[in-house]
Design a protein around this ligand. Structure first.
Ligand code: ADP
Ligand code: ZN
Length: 720
């Protein structure tokens, strides 16, 4: 499909420069991440595009910047209201006119948005697929649509894990808007889903961009699940290490989310469960509390997913093994979207394998799902750098070990486990392969369990031969035996363990069996013990950090915007590091958009100057904030909107600046052009006695312009 480009006489390089200026001005970032600029240019050139980037990779900017550069409206299709709201809030925080139309807003609110749309006041509109398709026929003539972005585009595919029937109708878009470029974005990497997206959206001649799926800031840890209490110690350690941040514990079942949340609450943490069977209002409350940082942890099923856009999630723990690597990667990917170091841990157990294999077999796509599960198991048992393994799964190669996974940091110690493995095999054979993993452990450890005795398992020769090995180690040994294919689980027969042919060969041979040692969670053994606070006076940077967190909370409350959208963690750190003395220096910091510079410099400077008397930031009169925005090409109307002040005030700031000779001639001309100025002067001079300029002519000019014009005319001696 050939679309008409609106930038025909501009080179890619020039487009790139303009896009850069937008990035700096509206998002406060100094450089694009790999791939972002290419996508932006492709869209500006009018070509359909499919974008695959990991969660947190920076997809939004790739359509938001074209939206700002193209003349009309960009429509963003999104599956969830919470996602729409987050994005609109983030855009508004940066002074970009964005809105959403949805059923949770009142009719009045929706009408106000519709009016603003018709008036051309909105650059980005977030909307659900069904609403878009319902409204489109009406709009097509009245709105100037320049771009359509389809976020979470994998929702259109049956192959993906988030299929949404309302997404399928988006296939009508291509013909409904034949000249408008469409961009589909997703973090789902598998090829099946990827191809399906383009096919279903009818993007026949599209460009595809796949950026690296590597997320080096996530530390990867996998370990066999320790016993319940120890698992909670590990979770507690994690929370204690990040007392002011949030994390997610992903669980396999709804019931587990509730028990995990309850146990964390009992231990004194702010935790709540989240799963699809909870009442909608409770789910919404939990999501909001998490987003606003009122909760420290949510224990959730996979249902706690797409809407979770928070950039400062510092850790994700999988209480159980996920069903496939795609889900796992997406779930851990919710941590550290802001690029700061974040931790992930996955626990796995025999019980998980049993449940997951059962789900896979019942899923109606047993072949595919069992295969996916197998890859997940291999990942869990990896003896090589986990990141290399993950990336190779997504078709990427990493040519070095990552140094940020448990395998890299403490390579698994292997030991000769021939004796325990043969003990286990022998016990299994002696009980006629009629027991599951936990009974087998009890037999080996010589437990006095009643049902064990009832079956006479205490009379076999191997009863109690393994009592020197702790139950948790037995668990790990059996787990590895399953994964190495020495034993198998009979899902159709009470999950009993069966000896495979390979297992039989091992039992009757003398070949050594090497297994990995079970010491994965030593790092987390400390439990709730926190490192003692040194008694020295905190340094200036620490105090500044605290002061900034405080200011952020206040601004967040005042604006009703989530705190991480006001100032992100990396931005706060950058402020402490750079210690800006002027608004201009503040505006250069990563993450400080123009609006944030204008609005937050005052409060930030005030807070910082209180921390250290040696630090003397300059806060000038409000008119200099207007001047700062004006000099960056912002119109008086936009300055008023961004700053939340009257447009008359902006013109009077500019008038004061003109009179003080702080505006150049051409700057003055850009506010009121010479012809208009001459006309105003003529109108003024022709006023009859008793006639007032404002009464007769004010309606011909934007509010406040006359104030400015008179100041200039007087200064130039054109009027008395
Ligand atoms: P996703 O791909 O998951 O939609 P987002 O678009 O939400 O990711 O971006 C993740 C985070 O990265 C956001 O906090 C965003 O502001 C930040 N980000 C995006 N692009 C850049 C950039 N070029 N420089 C710095 N930060 C960026
Ligand atoms: Zn590694």
């Amino acid at each position: 499909m050939a679309h008409t480009s609106r930038f025909e006489d501009i080179t890619d390089r020039q487009l790139g420069e303009r896009a850069h200026a937008m990035l700096r001005r509206f998002f406060g970032y100094s450089s694009f991440r790999p791939g972002q600029l290419d996508i932006i240019i492709t869209l500006l050139r009018g070509r359909d595009t499919v974008v695959l980037m990991p969660t947190g990779g920076g997809k939004s900017i790739t359509f938001q910047i074209p939206a700002l550069m193209l003349p009309g409206l960009t429509i963003v299709v999104s599956p969830l209201l919470s996602l729409m709201r987050d994005q609109v809030e983030a855009l508004t925080a940066n002074g970009i006119p964005a809105a959403t139309l949805n059923s949770l807003q009142s009719d009045d609110e929706n009408r106000a948005v519709a009016d603003a749309l018709t008036a051309g006041h909105i650059k980005l509109l977030y909307i659900s697929p069904e609403r878009l398709l319902a409204d489109l026929p009406r709009w097509n003539s009245s709105l100037d649509i320049s771009l359509v972005a389809i976020d979470e585009a994998h929702c259109i595919s049956h192959w993906g894990h988030d299929f949404r029937p309302d997404y399928t109708r988006l296939s009508e878009l291509r013909s409904a808007l034949p000249t408008v470029p469409i961009v589909a974005l997703t973090a789902t990497a598998d090829r099946l889903t990827r191809d399906d997206i383009a096919r279903q959206l009818r993007l026949d001649d599209h460009a595809t961009f796949i950026t690296s799926f590597d997320r080096p800031n996530l530390s990867l840890n996998v370990m066999p699940a320790p016993k319940g209490a120890r698992r909670f110690e590990i979770i507690s350690t994690m929370i204690d290490r990040h007392p002011h941040d949030v994390g997610i514990v992903y669980c396999l079942s709804r019931k587990t989310t509730e028990t995990v949340a309850a146990e964390l609450v009992r231990r004194g943490y702010r935790a709540a469960p989240y799963h699809a069977a909870l009442p909608p209002q409770q789910r919404l409350d939990t999501q909001n509390a998490f987003r606003e940082g009122r909760l420290q942890v949510v224990a959730a099923t996979v249902a706690f997913g797409m809407g979770i856009d928070k950039s400062n999630i510092r850790w994700v723990i999988h209480y159980n093994m996920p069903s496939c690597i795609e889900s796992y990667y997406q779930e851990i990917g919710r941590a550290g979207r802001d690029g700061m170091p974040s931790q992930t841990i996955m626990f796995y157990s025999v019980q998980d394998l049993i449940s997951l294999r059962h789900f896979a077999e019942e899923s109606g796509q047993a072949g595919v799902n069992l295969e996916k599960l197998k890859r997940m198991e291999q990942y869990a048992e990896a003896k090589i750098c986990r990141r290399r393994m993950l990336l190779s799964y997504f078709g990427e190669t990493l040519d070095h070990d990552c140094g940020n996974c448990d395998v890299c940091l403490s390579p698994p110690q292997r030991y000769d486990a021939s004796t325990p493995v043969r003990m286990a095999l022998s016990a299994m054979v002696r009980v006629g392969e009629q027991v599951g993993a936990s009974m087998l452990t009890d037999i080996l450890r010589g437990s006095a369990r009643a049902d064990l005795r009832a079956h006479g398992f205490d009379r076999i020769k191997t009863y109690g031969v393994g009592r020197d090995i702790p139950a948790s180690d037995w668990h790990h040994i059996i787990l590895q035996m399953i994964q190495l294919g020495i034993v198998d689980i009979a899902y159709d027969d009470g999950n009993k363990l069966r000896v495979t042919d390979y297992g039989r060969r091992i039992l009757y041979s003398t070949e050594p069996v090497m297994l990995a040692r079970n010491d994965g969670y030593d790092n987390y053994r400390a439990g709730r013990k926190t490192t003692p606070q040194p008694r020295v006076k905190p340094d200036v940077s620490t105090l500044m950090l605290a002061a900034l967190v405080d200011v952020r909370e206040k601004l967040s409350a005042k604006e009703g915007t989530a705190s991480y959208l006001v100032l992100s963690d990396p931005t706060i750190r950058a402020i402490v590091e750079k210690k800006p003395l002027t608004m201009a220096a503040f505006a250069m910091i990563e993450g400080i958009s123009e609006r944030k510079a204008a609005l937050y410099w005052g409060p930030v400077a005030k807070a910082l100057s209180k921390v250290s008397p040696a630090f003397k930031p300059v806060v000038e009169h409000s008119r200099y904030t207007s001047l700062f925005l004006f000099r960056r090409g912002t119109s008086p109307a936009d300055i008023a909107r961004i700053r939340g002040i009257q447009i008359q005030t902006v013109y009077s700031h500019l008038a004061d600046l003109a009179v003080a000779c702080e505006l150049t001639h051409s700057e003055i001309d850009s506010v009121v052009d010479p012809t208009t100025l001459a006309r105003i002067v003529a109108q003024y001079k022709s006023l009859g006695p008793g006639e007032k300029m404002y009464e007769l002519y004010a309606s011909q000019y934007p509010d406040g312009l006359l104030t400015f014009a008179f100041a200039v005319a007087r200064m130039r001696g054109l009027i008395g």
